[in-house]
Design a protein around this ligand. Structure first.
Ligand SMILES: Nc1ncnc2c1ncn2[C@@H]1O[C@H](COP(=O)(O)OP(=O)(O)O)[C@@H](O)[C@H]1O
Ligand SMILES: CC(=O)OP(=O)(O)O
Ligand SMILES: [Mg+2]
Length: 410
C-alpha cells in the first residue's frame, strides 16, 4: 500500500445523473493546510450510454486506474458503484474510515444544512424523489448500500438546496395559490455545494466580491446561476426542481407552463412522457439534434448546433441581468463547472453581452492562465473570474465538521 494512504479517511460520493464520483480525503493535524487532504478521485462517467468510462487519479494528477467496458454493455449506476467500491478496497486495504459524505440534490424545506443520515432521515429523503427524479434516486442508493454493508459507519447527507435556504419568501414564491407555497411548492435552488465552495474562495481572491454583489454561473451538464450578496445566496435560476432556469445538456430550463398543458391536450403526453421530454430530450441536445456536450457543439458545423449555443448564451445573459436586478447592481461575475471553467468561447460570448454592466474582458486571461483567475481588465467596473468548483471538498468539510463534533459529544 502507498504509505501516504494510511490513517483515517473520509469518502465523498457525488452521484449525478450520468456519473458517479468518489473521492478519498485523509485526515491530518495540519494547522496550515487544514485537516483534510485529497488523496484520490475516482469516477465512472457516461452511465446509460454505450461508452461508460472509469478513471482514477491521485491528488497530484498521476493516474491510479482506468477502464472501459465493451460497447453495448450498458453499465448502470449500481454496476458503477460496485466497481468504484472494489477499486477503493483494493487501493486502500485495511482502510479506517471516519465516515462517508454524500451529495443529495434535494433537501426540501426540512433539511437546511448537512445531517447525519439515520433510517428515518433516509425515509424522508426518499419522499423527495419526485422533486429530483434524475438525481435523488442515484444519490440515495449509495447511502442504502453503505448502511447494509457497514451499518455502524456514519454517513452525512450534504444538500444542493441548503445553501439557498436563507433566501427570502418573496424570492422563493411562485405566484400560485398560497396554500401550495405552504405545502412546499416553492423555489429551492440547486448546485448549492458548488456555490458555497466558490463563496468560500472569494475572501482570498477578491475581498470586494466577498463583500459585494456577484452572479455565480455554474455551467456544466446541469447549469444554473446564483445571486450572491455578501457571501449569501439571495436568488437562483433553478426552482422547485433542477429542470428550471437555464437550458442544460438535456434539460429544457424554463418553459412556459402553458406548453405542457398544450402537449398534454394535443399530443396526449402523460407525466412520464413530459418528464422524459423536459429532463432528457431537451436543452442543448434537443435544440441541436447533435449532442448534449458543449465541446461537440462548439466543434460542429451543423446550423442547429450553432443555434443551440446561441440559445444557451442568450438565456445565460438574460439570467445575469435578472439576478443583477435582484441585487440592485453587480460587482462581479464568476464562471465555474465544465463549460464555465473550460470554454473561453462561451465566456467571451456571454461577457460580450454584459458590457452594459461594466464588464471589460482581458482576452488573453480569458483564453489561458492559472485555473483560478481574474479575466476582466484591472479597470473593469464589474470583475469577471474563473474559479474551478470543488463540490467534493465542500462535502468533505461538512462531513468532517459534523462527525468530529459528534465524536466530541457522543
Ligand atoms: N474545453 C471545454 N470546452 C467546452 N465545453 C467543455 C469543455 N470541457 C468540458 N466542457 C463541457 O462541460 C460539460 C460538463 O460539465 P461538468 O461540470 O463536468 O458536468 P457534470 O454536471 O456532469 O459534473 C459538458 O457539456 C462538456 O462539454
Ligand atoms: C442539480 C444539478 O443539476 O446537478 P448536476 O449539474 O450534477 O446535474
Ligand atoms: Mg455537476
Amino acid at each position: 500500500m502507498d504509505p501516504r494512504l494510511e490513517g483515517e479517511f473520509i469518502a465523498v460520493v457525488n452521484a449525478g445523473s450520468s456519473s458517479i464520483k468518489l473521492s478519498m480525503f485523509s485526515l491530518h493535524d495540519d494547522r496550515r493546510l487544514g485537516p483534510l487532504r485529497l488523496e484520490l478521485r475516482a469516477q465512472v462517467e457516461g452511465l446509460g450510454t454505450a461508452t461508460p468510462h472509469f478513471e482514477a487519479a491521485h491528488a497530484d494528477g498521476t493516474k491510479a486506474g482506468s477502464r472501459d467496458w465493451p460497447v453495448g454493455e450498458r453499465l448502470g449506476h449500481e454496476g458503477a458503484l460496485e466497481h468504484l467500491v472494489e477499486f477503493i478496497r483494493h487501493e486502500f486495504p485495511g482502510l479506517s474510515m471516519l465516515g462517508i459524505g454524500h451529495r443529495v440534490v434535494h433537501g426540501g424545506t426540512a433539511f437546511q444544512e448537512p445531517v447525519v443520515v439515520t433510517p428515518e432521515v433516509l425515509a424522508r429523503l426518499e419522499t423527495l424523489i419526485p422533486l429530483a427524479p434524475l438525481h435523488q434516486p442515484h444519490n440515495l442508493a449509495p447511502i442504502r448500500r453503505a448502511f447494509a454493508a457497514a451499518p455502524g459507519l456514519p454517513q452525512v447527507a450534504c444538500f444542493d438546496t441548503a445553501f439557498h435556504r436563507g433566501q427570502s419568501d418573496v424570492a422563493d414564491a411562485f405566484a400560485l395559490p398560497y396554500a401550495l407555497f405552504e405545502a412546499g411548492v416553492r423555489r429551492y435552488g440547486f448546485h448549492g455545494l458548488s456555490y458555497e465552495y466558490i463563496a468560500s474562495r472569494l475572501p482570498a481572491l477578491s475581498p470586494r466580491l466577498a463583500d459585494g454583489r456577484v452572479v455565480l454561473l455554474h455551467l456544466g451538464n446541469g447549469a444554473s446561476a446564483c445571486a450572491l450578496h455578501r457571501g449569501r445566496s439571495i436568488a437562483s435560476s433553478m426552482g422547485f426542481t433542477a429542470v428550471d432556469g437555464l437550458p442544460m445538456g438535456t434539460r429544457s430550463g424554463a418553459v412556459d407552463p402553458g406548453v405542457l398543458i398544450y402537449l398534454m391536450d394535443e399530443q396526449r403526453m402523460d407525466a412520464r412522457e413530459l418528464e422524459t421530454l423536459l429532463y432528457k430530450q431537451s436543452g442543448l441536445l434537443g435544440l441541436s439534434g447533435v449532442s448534449s456536450d458543449m465541446r461537440q457543439l462548439l466543434a460542429s458545423d451543423a446550423p442547429r448546433a450553432r443555434f443551440a449555443i446561441d440559445v444557451f448564451v442568450h438565456r445565460v445573459a438574460r439570467e445575469i441581468g435578472a439576478l443583477a436586478a435582484e441585487m440592485g447592481g453587480l460587482d462581479g461575475l464568476v464562471f465555474t463547472a465544465g463549460i464555465g471553467e473550460h470554454s473561453a468561447e462561451i465566456r467571451r460570448r456571454v461577457l460580450s453581452r454584459c458590457l452594459w454592466l461594466g464588464v471589460s474582458v482581458q482576452d488573453a486571461a480569458n483564453r489561458d492562465g492559472p485555473p483560478e483567475r481574474r479575466i476582466s481588465t484591472v479597470d473593469s467596473r464589474c470583475e469577471a473570474w474563473v474559479i474551478p468548483t470543488d463540490e467534493e471538498l465542500m462535502m468533505a468539510r461538512h462531513t468532517f465538521r459534523l462527525l468530529a463534533a459528534e465524536r466530541k459529544s457522543p
